[in-house]
Ligand binder design. Sequence first.
Ligand code: PLP
Length: 466
Amino acid sequence: MTPDLAAPPAPADPALAALATLAAPGEPSPDVPSTMDALWMPFTANRAFKRAPRLLVAAEGMHYTAADGRRILDAVAGLWCVNAGHGRRPIVEAIQRQAARLDFAPPFQMGHPAAFALAERVAALAPAGLDRVFFGNSGSEAVDTALKIALAYHHARGEPGRTRFVGRERGYHGVGFGGLAIGGIPANRRQFGAGLAGCDHLPHTHDLARNAFSQGQPAHGAELADALEEIVARHGAETIAAVVVEPVAGSTGVLLPPVGYLERLRALCDRHGLLLVFDEVITGFGRVGAPFATRRFGVTPDLLTVAKGLTNGAVPMGATLVRREIHDTVVQGAADGIELFHGYTYSAHPLACAAGLATLALYEEEGLLTRARAMEPLWSEALHGLRGLPHVIDVRAMGLVGAVELAPRDGRVGARAFEAFTRCFAEGVLVRQTGDVIALSPPLIVEESHVAQLVETLARVLRALA
Ligand code: PLP
């Protein structure tokens, strides 16, 4: 715990008391759970994890503390979210103050000041016109909200037949039924039946044959956006509500958009009256060197989803940014009363709003929304320096996001990168594995020495891998 925060007396309940003692950085934790059976962990190989757990007990700045007391360099900002680094005092204190003052306020037919203040702050960072903000609690909810607003908009305009969506292969938009349907990762859908009907997918843009080891955006692949024409021809534009893509596909392994691709998608959406949604849950808040990727690429969507970095990961929150005309069509066009029948008990939760306001202030104060651009040459050069090491078949980097793609083992997709992930953790660096990609996205406060430690560790691990 940060020393100058007031430390309350340890609670009597042993689990709560453990929370008070777990946080000493750099020391083994006395409170490793005696059983792990009850917790069903998300997106985790539960059985393997519980045989050999990887436990984190504290965090500060660029580092986690593992249960055995080791300092672990965080090369993934937690899960792409802790952009300002861990345990930042202004954020911690804002949450504490808010919890003591207003722990909860109902978001339906009631409001509280921090919600309005945060919406203004978020809107001010977005491209002009994208300035209406709907809050939820996660990226998945932000995406489902975007889909519903797209439908409500067309409904209000008198085109209720526009109900189809277009996503993209390898897209990740969270785990709600909407996000799953437009997402393009088959494993995420396999266990869950038919899902939401009426979704098509553009081809993904990953093309190692033409683009491996590109510096920055790959040169080839803008024409892949033209697949939208075929989808429109198949179903008719008048049946399609929106196209949803990540400007940089993150969870699927950091796929940068080919030069001209996003521009082409924008033009096609305009031609056919389709809304364009950018899912910036990962790219939002400085990851690619601008407040949002839309500003870096100069292509403006109609709706934009964020989460993660919005509160520095400290309190769950997501948001859907909406072009004003879309908002006005739905809101001004409605009869008196509730205009959009949608919302969450924890929309604009006071603690999340407090965390968000403190986070955005910190980003601004420390120049973190653009720092990744300044770090990009160093970052990119360091990662591309891994080219030529065993198994490395591609390196991708932009802003402070990057990927090292490995050749898969025969018949065991993901096994080699998973072993790299566990070995890196054993050597004191937290990376992320997705398929055979090692994905990297350090907190935006990362320094040259951290980058050096990361690539040295990765190089050592790659040389040791079978
Ligand atoms: N959209 C994108 C682009 C994401 O990367 C993620 C999560 O990684 C989500 C949506 C889902 O966010 P959450 O896990 O907060 O629901």
